[in-house]
Structure formats: structure tokens, C-alpha cells
Design a protein around this ligand. Structure first.
Ligand code: GLA
Length: 743
């Protein structure tokens, strides 16, 4: 009620334009102490002997290696009353504390203002990867205006990296931007390459205020900041009556533009803005004639169930034929799904044909039956980057269905992987049991297999997973047998609480839990791809293959920011020599499309050019490609990113060599990957903030002086080049090419 009265008075006043700096930064001056004591919440506690610590970086990287458990952060801050005076809507004090890994309990001058990012439950089950935004009523006596305040944060880390890192750290009084929702989450639709449409929705999130003012939509060219399209219109909207605005700019060329939405409230003249990149589609539509895509080699172990769906684009219906299938396998000529079991080890060349009313495509597929699987990096979907712990049977089925209905299955996408959050506990015999969200794992895998797809699951070598669910510790053989019974094809095995078992592992200690599970997997009669997840500890790329891993994470968790993507992606050259058929470096899952670590999702915060960089670089790196978004909401742009067969062919190339950085100059880096046919795939990346010319010195490739170059995203030959190939590259963008000696 207080809030309502103050609003009524305030709207009569007139304010100047918004000052975007109406907040206090909270990313400096933090003190830190390991352990746990309730007295550390008190404002008067003497913390001068505590160590300084930086937020934005894990505590492991600041002198507390491998520490899991409780620790406290404290910061002193003056809260000026001018923040309150400057706010038009005076909506409450807002304290943003980044994303805390894993759980937290936060105090302002000794008063608890939040726990675990807002959810109820013990701090030990807190969710990392969620923005910590706590709100305090402006009348709350805990706030000491114009005086020293202490924010104390009790943090609990279950395993892996821990602490207050990434995200925004600031304190503000909530105002117009907190109550006006410029909802730009609807996808862009494409009517041809340069004509797009998009629906913007304006919502009033304050319970009592009706918004009126001006909406301005401006499209600019980021290369010269020139406005290429603009509209201004009067708008009004309330909580119950949002405003929908459909706009259709025609864009001068096929590149990314920036669109800015600005709402200016008429009484306060304060503005709220949102900005996003307008995507552009480069992948040409597949031909209506059949084309066989995906890996040319697939591998399986003798006597184990075999499943392979031949990826083919082109008009349906398509009829499939396969000559030379090894004994024990059969092909469904209608679906292109090959199933069965091959007892005899060997290398089998199968001549595959796909035909429709417009034509016919043929290709040789090599089926290797031996002791190796994952001959090319896995391609599929994983639930974590979208659904987090809220994953369920229905969401997994929806993803599998979308994999087929959106046509991704025709480009080689195969795995449907459940990450953390499916486990309930153990039955009286010690068997792992799925929770209520997964009523019947066996039925789920049968469904996924019936689509020609494979199913993955997740566990930890420790007693608990990173999400606090039951892990496999001391039940490894039993769990492997359960996975085999359920029809599982992929296991992601995530270190996490294994730190409780071995807090300071040496190399043998790091390897031990993976060797144990490897032995357990070797004991079942099923191919289960073994994906190690321990964030790169002990330079895992040097020994991941030796302990039987088919892939291993080389880094901590990715998120949908340029700093995360570029830090991970452009530092992979150190691991590159260790990748090869059957054993791959894993720089973590894809963050394109609608992501959010569940249950609520947002469009990837990467710009369109950053997303092109992400897919191009991951393909060059021969990385496992695991889509991390809600598959049922795949938009045109994301589909274009995930369905370019010439780009995906780099990832799935039979030679299995990972790209290396072969040249760098200023913001430009060139990464190159040798291909099985003798050609070289190269990405010219621009890590800078402006469009720049990138140059690839041809001599570095050792393909001769004169080469022919093909643009892979556009699937277009660019002609012959001597000495150097140059191209203009957008900020954070890429030009991805494949190069052969000139004919
Ligand atoms: C770790 C992993 C993530 C995800 C979560 C699940 O953080 O690195 O990829 O599997 O655990 O809790």
C-alpha cells in the first residue's frame, strides 16, 4: 500500500532524463574467509584481517584450489539516499550479486535478504548459474542510508569451481527499467534474406501504474553506426493490457544489424532501452533432391546393438538402400535406420543410396566394428543449458520429436542426453532409481531409439551429482548395468562431489574414478559413449583417452556470453594435439537458441555473429556438438546455424584432426583444420569490437601458391587466390572457408 501512495505522488513530479549510472558498483572491496560462522553476518563484526578477494573469478583461481564447502564474502558499502531521490518509481532497493556457485544466504547488516537466489530450501542445494537479485523494501530498517552497510554472503560450494563469479554486481533503487518489460524474446522471421519481421511486446510489470509514452525502434549498421531504418510511435500499456508491435524493416544487405527499442515515459521523460542483434541467414535451403549428410564413418563394438540413421535431406518420401551391410544388420528402407548386431570385427564399406521423385544420392559409409566407438564427435542435444535440473521425460521427448520434425536428424544430429536432475536415489538392492519426472526410463529410450536417435544419461563418481542428486560412488558396476538395461548409449560422468572422497587428488587420484567406471562400462554388452566431465583438471586431454574416455571436458561450464565463449574457444589449441577418432576434447555444450539452465529460458545473449563464431569454432575444434537449447522453440536463425552440412562436415570429418591457431595478428586469429581429402578448413575470426579485415597467408597452409577457396556458410566458391586470402570480418564474427590446391 505504501508503494501505491508513493507512486500517486510521484507521477505528478517531473524528472530529467534517466541517468544510466543510477547504481552503486558492488564488484570491488570484497573480503573473504573460508568456513562458516553465523557471527560473520553481523555488520559490526571486525573483518579487517580477512583476505581480499575478487568477484567475477572463482575462489579456486585465487589461492583456494579445490576448496568445496562453506565460505563467506563481506563488503562495506555506503548507500546514498540520492539513489532514492533520483528514482521515479522508487520500487525498492535491489542488490545484484552475480551468479553464486552453488548456494548462498545473503545478509544486509545482519538481516537475511535472500537465500539460494530466491528459492526456498537449504543453501546446500542452491542453484549456481542463476542471477542473484535480492530486493529490500525501501522502508526496511536494515538499510542504513548515507552510512556504512555490510553485505555478507554465506556461500556453499558442492564441487568444482565455487564462489561469487560472473554476472552483475550492483546496488540500485528500482525504477522504470525494472517495471517496463520490453519483451524482445519472439524470434525474427525471415521473408527472404533481407526482409524480416519481429514482434515486440511492451508490458507494465508494476501492479498499479499505467505506462504511456513514445516507442522508438532504430536499426543501425554496426560497421558505421548509421541508422538504416527507424520508427517512432505513441504507445500505452498496463499490466493487464500489453502492447504488441510488429515491425518489418527491409535491410540493405545480408549482415547483422543492431536494433534498439527505446520507450520514453511521458511524465518522467525517463527512458528504458533494450538492444539486440538482428540475425541473418547464411545457410542455403537444402536441395529438394536427396543428399546424404553426416559422418562417413561410424563405429561399434562386436556383438553390441547397432543403431544408425542415415541423415538425408531432400523431399520426402525418400527410399533407402544399402549394399554391403555386414551380417547382422538390416536397413529400414523407409526410414533409413540401420539396426542389428555385428559379431564379426572388421571394416565394412556400405554403399548407401537415397532416392526420391527428383533424384538419387549415393555415398559410401564405413562401419567399423572393433574396440572403438565415437569415431567422430557426438552430435546431439543435452538438457542442461536449457532445462537445468527441471528436465523431465516430457521435455526429453519433446526434444527428440523436434530433432526429427525440424529436420536436424537429416544433418547427423543423433544423441538425446539427459543431464543432471533425473535421479531419485537407490532401491533396497542399491539400484539407481529415476525420480517421478522420469516414470519409465526403458520406455523413454525405446521411444528415442524408434526415431533412430540415441539416449544419454548423467552421473557423478562422487556420492552426489553437482545438482545434489544421487551419484554412482561405490555403485559403479550396478549403475552401468542399469544404464545398459535401460538402453543408454552415452554417459556424462561429472566429478563434482568426488572431491569429498579425494579432496587433493594427484594424477592417479584424478584418473581413478574414471578408470572404475570405464571398467564397469566394459562389463556391459552395450556401447555407451563415455564422456568425462571434470573441467580440465590435471590436463585431462593428456590422459583422457588412456582412461577410456571418448571425450573429456577441457574447461569449466560455458555460458551464453562472449567472454565465456571466447575464453573457452580460443584457448583450445593447447589440447588440440590430443583429439582424434574415438577420443575428443569437449569445450562444453552449445549456447545458441533459447537457453537458461531452467526452468525459465531466454534467447542466447550471444550476438548473431558470435553464434556463427561459436558453431564455426566448435566444428573446427572437432568438438562434441551438443545443442543446449529448447528444441521445441528452434527459430529460423538457430536452425540455420545447426543445419549447414558443409560446416558440420568439418566436425564430422573422418581424419579427426582438431584445428589449431596458425596465425594471429591484433584482433584477428586464424584457426585451421586439416581434412581427410587433403583440403584445409580455416576460420578467420575477429575478436575485436569493430569490423576488420582478416588475412590468411596462403603459404602457411602448404597447399601450393594458388588455392581455391569456398565459403562454407554461404556454400559458395570464392575463386582462386594467390599468396593471401582476405575478407572483411564483423566484430566477434567469422569467415569460414575450405581450401584446396587450385585445379
Ligand atoms: C556441472 C557440469 C554441467 C552440468 C551440471 C549438472 O556443472 O559441468 O555441464 O552437467 O554439473 O549439475
Amino acid at each position: 500500500m505504501k508503494f501505491f501512495l508513493s507512486l500517486c505522488c510521484l507521477v505528478l513530479l517531473s524528472f530529467g532524463p534517466a541517468n544510466s549510472q543510477d547504481f552503486i558498483r558492488l564488484d570491488q572491496g570484497w573480503k573473504f574467509h573460508l568456513g562458516d560462522s553465523s557471527s560473520w553476518a553481523a555488520p559490526g563484526y571486525d573483518d579487517h584481517s580477512w583476505k581480499s578477494i575478487r568477484v567475477h573469478r572463482s575462489w579456486e583461481s585465487q589461492g583456494y584450489p579445490d576448496y568445496d564447502g562453506y565460505a563467506w564474502y563481506r563488503v562495506h558499502v555506503t548507500i546514498p539516499s540520492s539513489l532514492k531521490t533520483a528514482s521515479f518509481l522508487k520500487g525498492g532497493l535491489r542488490i545484484e550479486l552475480g551468479e553464486i556457485d552453488d548456494g548462498d544466504e545473503t545478509f544486509l547488516n545482519g538481516t537475511r535478504i535472500g537465500i539460494n537466489g530466491g528459492s526456498v530450501g537449504p543453501i546446500t542445494s542452491g542453484l549456481y548459474n542463476k542471477e542473484r537479485i535480492y530486493q529490500v523494501n525501501l522502508e526496511e530498517p536494515a538499510i542504513r542510508w548515507d552510512a556504512d552497510n555490510v553485505i555478507a554472503v554465506r556461500v556453499y560450494d558442492r564441487g568444482g569451481d565455487g564462489g561469487m563469479w560472473t554476472g552483475k554486481y550492483r546496488l540500485s533503487v528500482m525504477d522504470l527499467p525494472d517495471f517496463v518489460d520490453l519483451d524482445d524474446s519472439a524470434p525474427f522471421s525471415f521473408q527472404g534474406s533481407r526482409r524480416i519481421s519481429k514482434q515486440l511486446i511492451l508490458r507494465d510489470k508494476s501492479p498499479v501504474y499505467g505506462m504511456a509514452g513514445i516507442l522508438q525502434v532504430t536499426v543501425t549498421d554496426p560497421s558505421d553506426n548509421k541508422t538504416v531504418w527507424e520508427r517512432t510511435l505513441p504507445v500505452s500499456f498496463t499490466a493487464s493490457r500489453p502492447m504488441h508491435y510488429l515491425f518489418l524493416p527491409a535491410l540493405p544487405s545480408q549482415q547483422s544489424y543492431e536494433v534498439t527499442y527505446t520507450f520514453t515515459e511521458q511524465k518522467s521523460r525517463k527512458s528504458v532501452s533494450a538492444q539486440e542483434g538482428i540475425p541473418y541467414i547464411l545457410t542455403p535451403k537444402p536441395s529438394p533432391k536427396p543428399r546424404i549428410n553426416g559422418a562417413r564413418v561410424t563405429a561399434s563394438r562386436p556383438g553390441h546393438p547397432f543403431l544408425f540413421r542415415i541423415p538425408v535431406t531432400g523431399n520426402r518420401p525418400v527410399r533407402f538402400q544399402a549394399k554391403g551391410l555386414p551380417e547382422g544388420l538390416s536397413l529400414d528402407s523407409r526410414t533409413g535406420i540401420i539396426t542389428g548386431k555385428v559379431d564379426q570385427a572388421g571394416s565394412y564399406t556400405v554403399h548407401v543410396t537415397a532416392s526420391n521423385s527428383l533424384g538419387k544420392a549415393t555415398r559410401d559409409l564405413t562401419i567399423l566394428v572393433g574396440d572403438q566407438i565415437a569415431y567422430t564427435p557426438a552430435m546431439g542435444w543435452n538438457s542442461w543449458n536449457c532445462w537445468g535440473l527441471s528436465v523431465s521425460d516430457a521435455k526429453v521427448r519433446a526434444s527428440a520429436n523436434a530433432m526429427v520434425s525440424k529436420g536436424l536428424v537429416n544433418h547427423g544430429w543423433t544423441y538425446i542426453n539427459i543431464d543432471d536432475g533425473w535421479e531419485k536415489g537407490r532401491d533396497s538392492q542399491g539400484n539407481i532409481v529415476a525420480n517421478d519426472k522420469f516414470p519409465d526410463m526403458r520406455a523413454l529410450s525405446s521411444y528415442i531409439h524408434s526415431l533412430g536417435l540415441k539416449m544419454g544419461i548423467y552421473s557423478s563418481p562422487g556420492p552426489k551429482t553437482c545438482g545434489g542428486y544421487t551419484g554412482s560412488y561405490q555403485h559403479e558396476a550396478r549403475d552401468a548395468a542399469t544404464y545398459a538395461r535401460w538402453g543408454i548409449d552415452y554417459l556424462k560422468y561429472d566429478w563434482c562431489s568426488y572431491s569429498e572422497i579425494d579432496p587433493h587428488p594427484d594424477l592417479a587420484g584424478l584418473q581413478k574414478p574414471y578408470r572404475v567406471m570405464r571398467a564397469a562400462l566394459d562389463g556391459v554388452d552395450r556401447d555407451i559413449l563415455f564422456s568425462l566431465c571434470q573441467y580440465g583438471m590435471g590436463a585431462v586431454w593428456k590422459w583422457g583417452a588412456e582412461v577410456g574416455g571418448n571425450s573429456w571436458r577441457t574447461t569449466g561450464d560455458i555460458n551464453d556470453s562472449w567472454s565465456s565463449l571466447s575464453t573457452i574457444g580460443f584457448h583450445q589449441n593447447i589440447c588440440a594435439p590430443y583429439a582424434g577418432p574415438g577420443h575428443w576434447n569437449d569445450p562444453d555444450m552449445l549456447v545458441v537458441g533459447r537457453v537458461g539452465w531452467g526452468p525459465s529460458l531466454h534467447n542466447s545473449r550471444l550476438t548473431p555473429d558470435e553464434q556463427y563464431t561459436h558453431i564455426s569454432l566448435w566444428c573446427l575444434l572437432s568438438a562434441p556438438l551438443l545443442i543446449g537449447c529448447d528444441m521445441s522453440q528452434l527459430d529460423d536463425f538457430t536452425l540455420n546455424l545447426l543445419s549447414n552440412d558443409e560446416v558440420l562436415a568439418l566436425d564430422q570429418d573422418a581424419l579427426g584432426r582438431e584445428a589449431n591457431r596458425i596465425d594471429s595478428s591484433g584482433d584477428i586469429q586464424v584457426w585451421a583444420k586439416p581434412m581427410a581429402d587433403g583440403s584445409i578448413a580455416a576460420g578467420l575470426f575477429n575478436l575485436g569490437d569493430q569490423m576488420e579485415k582478416g588475412t590468411l597467408p596462403i603459404g602457411l597452409l602448404r597447399l601450393g601458391d594458388l588455392v581455391q577457396v569456398r565459403d562454407l556458410w554461404r556454400q559458395k566458391d570464392l575463386g582462386n587466390f594467390r599468396d593471401a586470402f582476405s575478407a572483411m570480418i564483423p566484430s566477434h564474427g567469422v569467415v569460414l572457408v575450405r581450401i584446396w590446391p587450385a585445379k
